[in-house]
Design a protein around this ligand. Structure first.
Ligand SMILES: Cc1cc2nc3c(=O)[nH]c(=O)nc-3n(C[C@H](O)[C@H](O)[C@H](O)COP(=O)(O)OP(=O)(O)OC[C@H]3O[C@@H](n4cnc5c(N)ncnc54)[C@H](O)[C@@H]3O)c2cc1C
Length: 366
């Protein structure tokens, strides 16, 4: 593993050094002005951007940075728009990652390393890895969005997280103009968290992501709903494909399709509380849904807390809470970002007053 790691890093650096030399005079990219963003965010909010650029290569970013009229604009990096709340029109430059491509870049007796460009669709990429006989990402099937955005919040579902199979990534640093490579530790992945939400916020544009697939694959059925679905299908030793199919079926049952009903999946993170607080809550609410963590803290199910406050299926104007899943806020048609945030605030306050627990919004609010 160490051997392919070292080779990988020097190859990435070589590739980008060549690019730097080839683009000494960066071309000015074709900017679109007053770009409507409704079709580019899964909440379907009718906002627009002052300027928009589909980014297909590192050279596009280099050109933006070299152009003073563009480099001074506020920037929004956009993938599939499935984890964004546009609270108003965006008065700046949207950089929409559309670069495509995925290849096996190295393998040894224990691991296979795969590299994918940021603009690749996440679910299509997962299916491609399964078709290459590289199991691992099956529990993360059908998560909307792009490969490039997946590390931002260390996407996770059904007992698995991106970091479990992450190898490294390459990003363009707007502050320095450099292309940098980060490995798993350097990304500081946490629960729906990474360095890109902190030090590298508003600075890094992820260009490509690499994954490491161990040859010794084991199914991950730690999440009881998935384990139940697998046994309901009569599967004793499920393949990665069969797990992917089960995950897809559960997600179709539970979550609204953003192509039909605007949403960003879970709107709030599951909150963590100390052992004593959990004990007090459990005494008062014996049905409390909670998951003990290895570090001694307890994760609460935000959806359960919201449901108990009576929000499931309710609306505030055109913004609503999904009928089947209290954690999912939806656009019932014509909701603005402000409408969605007003509803989120009302839910936040109800949960805080009733349970003394503070909910944190999961999507990025712009
Ligand atoms: C129905 C539904 C179900 C979902 N289920 C899950 C789930 O199970 N688990 C989960 O973790 N998430 C889930 N999500 C949330 C979402 O799909 C993920 O967070 C996804 O990774 C977002 O990808 P995106 O390309 O749409 O990002 P966007 O919404 O375009 O961007 C999200 C953030 O990442 C930044 N960003 C995007 N691309 C880049 C890049 N290349 N470089 C730097 N910054 C970038 C943006 O600036 C923004 O801050 C769900 C969403 C929906 C609509």
């Amino acid at each position: 593993m160490l051997h392919i790691l070292a080779e990988f890093f020097s190859a990435a650096a070589r590739r980008y050094n060549q690019l730097t030399m080839n683009t000494a005079t960066p071309r000015v990219p074709a900017i679109v002005l007053h770009k409507p963003l409704q079709a580019l965010n899964t909440l379907g909010i009718a906002a627009s951007a002052t300027a928009y650029l589909p980014v297909s290569s590192y050279a596009d970013l280099q050109a933006v940075r070299a152009d003073q009229s563009l480099s001074t604009l506020p920037r929004l990096v956009l993938g599939g728009g499935s984890n964004l709340v546009l609270s108003s029109n965006f008065d700046g430059l949207v950089l929409h990652l559309v670069n495509q491509g995925k290849i096996v870049v190295g393998e040894d007796d224990n691991y296979t390393i795969v590299r994918a460009q940021a603009g690749e669709n996440w679910h299509a990429f997962v299916q491609w890895t399964l078709n290459q006989n590289l199991p691992g990402l099956e529990n993360l099937s059908l998560i909307p969005g792009s490969v490039g955005a997946a590390p931002i919040q260390n996407i996770g579902a059904y007992g698995s997280e991106l970091k479990d199979f992450f190898h490294s990534l390459t990003y363009f640093d707007f502050a320095t103009g450099e292309v940098c490579v980060l490995d798993r530790d350097a990304c500081r992945f946490g629960y729906r968290d990474s360095i890109f939400k902190h030090e590298l916020r508003n600075r890094a544009v992820i260009l490509e992501v690499s994954f490491s697939f161990p040859r010794s694959w084991q199914p991950n059925l730690s999440y009881s709903e998935l384990a139940n679905e697998i046994s309901a299908r009569g599967l004793i030793t499920p393949s990665a494909f069969e797990i992917s199919e089960a995950v897809i079926a559960i997600r179709h049952r539970k979550l609204p399709d953003p192509a039909v009903i605007g949403n960003v999946g879970s709107f709030f993170k599951n909150p963590f509380v100390a052992h004593e607080i959990h004990g007090a809550l459990k005494e008062k609410y014996p049905q409390l849904v909670s998951y003990p963590q290895a570090d001694g803290s307890i994760k609460l199910a935000a959806g359960w807390l919201i449901d108990q406050c009576g929000w499931k299926g309710r609306s505030l104007g055109a913004a609503g809470v999904h009928e089947k899943q209290a954690l999912v806020l939806i656009n019932r048609g014509g909701a603005s970002g402000a409408d969605i945030l007003k509803l989120a605030h009302a839910i936040h306050e109800d949960v805080r007053l009733r349970f003394g627990v503070t909910l944190e919004i999961e999507p990025v609010v712009i």
